[in-house]
Structures are given as C-alpha cells and as structure tokens.
Design a protein around this ligand. Sequence first.
Ligand SMILES: [Zn+2]
Ligand SMILES: [Zn+2]
Length: 379
Amino acid sequence: MRIRAAVLHEPATPVVVEEVELAPPRDSEVLVRVAAAGVCHSDVRLADGELGAGRWPIVLGHEGAGVVEAVGEGVTHVRPGDHVVFSFVPACGACRTCRAGRPNLCEPAGERGVAGTLMDGTSRLSLPDGTVLQHGLMTACFAELAVVDAAAAVPLPRELPLWQAALLGCGVVTGIGAVRNTARVRIGETVCVIGCGGVGLQVIAGARLAGAALIVAVDRDPAKLELALRRGATHAIDVSTGDAAAAVRKLSEGGVDHAFEVVGRAETIRLAWDVLRPGATAVVVGLAPKGVEVSLPAIEFLSEKAIRGSYYGSANVVAELPQLVAFVADGRLELGEVVSHVAGLDGVEAALERLRRGEGARTIITVDPALAGYQSVAR
Ligand SMILES: [Zn+2]
Ligand SMILES: [Zn+2]
C-alpha cells in the first residue's frame, strides 16, 4: 500500500515527506496506524549520519503510538483496534542477554536495529521505484502506517491519549529506566542531570519519583531549565554562565551520588564524571556520534568513582510499561508538559533543526491528529 512517510535519502540533507510503499505484515508482525510520534535526538544522529555508514535511505521515527490495523499469523497479544506504543527493541526472548534478564540488550534486535530491518532481516518499506528503505530503529513511525515485529507493539489502556503515550516509547522508558534500573537511585540521594531535553526531563521526573533529595539540572537553554524546575529539579545551572562542575559540587557539598549525562558529547560526559562524589557513578544515557572518545583522570578511580552506559533505560519495556502508565493515571507522572512543539508529518525536519540548535524539549508529530487525541487539548 502507498503511505506518506518522512524519508532520509542521504545524511545531512533534509528529510522529505513523500509517498512510499509499505508491504503487509508477515507472520509475527503487526500493522499499526500511527497516531503520534516524538522527535528524539537519536533521530538527529541518524539524520546527520553520525551513527556510521550504510544507514540510509531510511524512514525515521522510533518513539510513537498508534492503533493496530491488522496482525500477521501467530500474533495473539493484540487485535485490530487496540492501542499500542512502540518498543524499538522487540526482544527475541531467546538470546544470551534476553535469557540473562536484559531484554534491552537483545542481540538479534540490536543487530537488526543497526541494519534497519525487522527481526526476519528484511524490510517492508520501499520507494515507488523499488529501492529498499530501512526501518528507523525497527519502528519507522514518522509515517501514516508502520509494520513492526509483534514484540514492538506493546498494548496500552485506551484512556491514555496517544499523543502523550507516544512519549513512553523512548523518552520516558529511557529516562525513568536510567534512574530506576540502571542507577537504582534511592530515597535521599543526590542527583545531577546534564541535558534537559526530551529524555533529560524524564530522568528528572524519575529522580523525583525515586525520592532524590537534590536534583540539579544542567543545560545551556534557560527555557529547558525552566521546564526542568517545573518537572521536579531542585536547582538549575546554566552551563554557559560559568564553571558548572564547581557549582554542582558546591550545591551537593562535594559531589552528587548519581550523575546522568543525557546529551551524548565528550565534554558533557566528562562533566558528569567531574560532579561525582567519591564512590558515585555517572550514567551515560546520551547517544554520542560514532568515533567520539572520552578521557578521564585515571587517578580518580582511586576514589571508586564509576561510569557506565544505559540503553533504553536498562528496561524490560513490556513488564514495566503498566507501572509507568499507572504513574500517569494517578498523576505522579505528567507526560504532556515536556512537549514544547506540536506539528504534522511535514514538521519533522523543522523539529530536527530545533534539536540541532538545542532548542525546545520535545516535538510531537501528530501524524493523525484525531487519533492522537491532541485537538481536544488547549495548549
Ligand atoms: Zn529516542
Ligand atoms: Zn534476545
């Protein structure tokens, strides 16, 4: 079938919204009508060719939600009409890391994600001339319809508006998961969050939910720092106004228990290290371009400082989603406030541009405004 989708033909060229061909779902796959999708900084990395060669032409978009339109053979967990959020790691459940209880690191899903295919190693997307298109992070939801692996379609309660639910798919799971699963922040601990965009604001929400006593937000955009304070940060530091590391260490009386880097740059990863107290850990959530290296003062390993990565919130999305939805339902987690811009499918390129400039938090693309439930909200 012919659908409209946001296609990246070549890195560093604008994303083009055009008609593409989408083949029907095969066994163990689901066809989803996309309601809404968030534009994430990882989309910028892909669009700018910073994650390595061979990742285009591609339909971008990995944070989204929609309504099941059809299911392939063997799909039993969802039916047409069900609301779903996309998981961009449709874990196989059988590989070494899946069996070890770390489905976010599923080996075949990781390989297919880089290859731009679905789990069976092929694509359902092509240009009208037959050129095969890659599926952005196995999701490709900057499109009217998406075919995903069954495990990538996670059921949602109907009460949650889909423009908000879309955020769960990447930002919320990644940010709150980094706090709860990767760092395991405990009540009364101190936290620093470097980068207050769509994911960083979720890290802040996670730290507040975890009972952190001090949450220092660091960014270079005053508007994002404003949002960070509204989301539960206790202090905000503008890096452009001086020595941010010294300021964080002063506020936390010698350094924080947990630092989260949510930018993906060598300087900010180093900053996360520099704000730690002895024995504390820096968690790198931000996706850095391929080839970026970080240097650390090795003498400081003496103080048992540590640094580790966090991918997709170290989460088991299927198991944890109901809890996140419950947080939203009882008002402990507000989703809409991180949304700084709303646009149609034609607005993807402008949203990528804003992210390149470090401007605004999250743009939500309402692919189908009625389905997204956005039109009823006065913003
Ligand atoms: Zn993302
Ligand atoms: Zn696996």
